[in-house]
Design a binder for this molecule. Structure first.
Ligand code: FAD
Length: 416
């Protein structure tokens, strides 16, 4: 008489209330599936990163005494389809109940609803306990308003969560320091080398080769620079606060040929997989700022929290407000193809060459590269938004549809 609980690849929240107690009657399941590796051609580092984080999470659960059924990409039992994998486990164990956390993608939400309708055990859905806002909060907030301005939502979030507030006024007297986020970086202040994490990823690459998963981008042996578990994510966050936050706001929009990351936090992958929560990131940065406000200007921390409690939550709210029709919007009626050099970086246009090469090498580009270099070029050349989405969804390590789609189709392509 057991309960089966599903953990999706972007639901690696070790602090979720599910894991507070170890129960003999609960089996957790996690799957590396072709359904996920093949719905778009992903960057090799993205697939490796997801699987590395999932395997690490499953090992943590097992070490803590939980029962986990983990199917890896080469496992002969793996049907590579969510429904079939779940049904197989239901049949082979005495499962009386199926539980899952609300997925963040419309595609998976629909699939899970279908699965729940077709199995003959009770099922229920749980919150992921990750975001500041509920799925519907933005829709409710903007109800009856003509414009869906991010700034208005951001101020509401600042007040509601008491972030950088003095009573009902913003600390410093100004809500938004965007105008001070536009300095050029000319070699100073210096940027210390970014953190590297000793994760063994070669075996995952071998598994992907065995399974013949088609990918794009560069892979370097034993080289994956992003945190894959909560310990590494906290290390990355502490490093960010100490070394990068003091200049984050100033150089938020800067571009430089010698610098891949400048003062950016590189936390999106860990946050999007729910390895670390946005609240933990924001609270840690606010505490660090609080203890160092004599040397860190408010514009640095404001620029950072705006991205997380503002843009990130806003994008999620927009996604759930507009889906599924958002997927078909093409208001400028653009029908062009993505140029071949987007897959190679082989162009004489230097800004594009830098951004695309960076993306292919590191599965990373910061927001100005994504918005104003590649996004702007694809907009000007009237590329079909479907093709734009596919490129962005595949190439970036942090690309999951709820955040990629409104940024790409909305912010960068004006397709909505
Ligand atoms: P930092 O610059 O250090 O910012 C801190 C955090 O703020 C990020 O980790 C991220 O969680 C959040 N953030 C910043 N900007 C945005 C934004 N516009 N929307 C939502 N959250 C934001 N972000 C993704 O996580 N996944 C995507 O697929 C994605 N696609 C994008 C596509 C386009 C066209 C554009 C313009 C932006 C996209 N972004 C996406 C937002 C942003 O580019 C990345 O979040 C950021 O570059 C990640 O690097 P970082 O962690 O170093 O960010």
């Amino acid at each position: 008489m057991k309960t089966l609980r599903l953990i999706l690849g972007d639901q690696l929240n070790a602090k979720h209330s599910w894991f507070e107690t170890v129960r003999d009657d609960v089996i957790y399941c996690m799957f590396e599936m072709r359904q996920e590796t093949d719905y778009v051609v992903h960057h090799i580092q993205k697939v490796v990163g997801f699987f590395a984080a999932m395997r690490d999470f499953s090992n943590q659960l097992k070490n803590n005494g939980h029962q986990v059924k983990y199917l890896n990409i080469t496992d002969p039992e793996n049907c590579h389809d969510l429904e079939q994998n779940i049904k197989q486990i239901l049949e082979n164990n005495s499962i009386v109940r199926f539980e899952y956390q609300a997925p963040d993608e419309y595609r998976l939400e629909t699939q899970l609803r279908t699965i729940c309708d077709s199995i003959n055990v009770d099922s229920s859905c749980f919150d992921t306990e990750h975001f500041y806002t509920s799925r519907e909060e933005l829709s409710v907030f903007f109800e009856g308003k003509k414009q869906l301005l991010m700034e208005r939502f951001y101020r509401y979030m600042r007040k509601k969560h008491d972030v950088l507030m003095l009573g009902d006024q913003p600390i410093g007297g100004v809500w938004n320091y965007d105008q001070s986020n536009r300095k050029k970086w000319k070699g100073t202040p210096s940027i210390p080398p970014h953190l590297e994490f000793p994760n063994n990823i070669n075996c995952i690459k071998n598994d992907l080769d065995t399974a013949q998963i088609k990918t794009i981008g560069r892979f370097e042996k034993n080289h994956f620079d992003y945190p894959i578990n909560i310990i590494q994510a906290k290390e990355q966050l502490d490093y960010f606060c100490k070394e990068l936050l003091p200049h984050f706001g100033d150089f938020q929009d800067a571009l430089h040929t010698d610098q891949v990351y400048l003062f950016h936090s590189r936390l999106s992958f860990a946050m999007n997989l729910k390895i670390i929560s946005p609240k933990e990131v924001v609270d840690t940065a606010l505490n660090y700022y609080g203890s160092n406000s004599d040397i860190i200007d408010i514009s640095q921390i404001e620029g950072f929290v705006r991205q997380i409690i503002g843009w990130r939550e806003y994008m999620r709210g927009m996604y759930w407000k507009e889906m599924p029709s958002y997927l078909d919007l093409n208001s400028l009626n653009n029908h062009g193809k993505i140029p071949d050099f987007f897959w190679t970086g082989n162009t004489k246009m230097n800004c594009l060459k830098q951004t695309i090469t960076n993306s292919l090498d590191n599965a990373y580009a910061h927001h100005i590269q994504r918005l104003m270099i590649t996004g702007n070029y694809l907009l000007l050349t009237q590329t079909h938004p479907d093709a734009v989405d596919q490129w962005y969804l595949g190439i970036y390590l942090d690309a999951v549809q709820w955040v990629q789609l409104p940024n790409t189709r909305g912010m960068s392509q004006y397709a909505d």
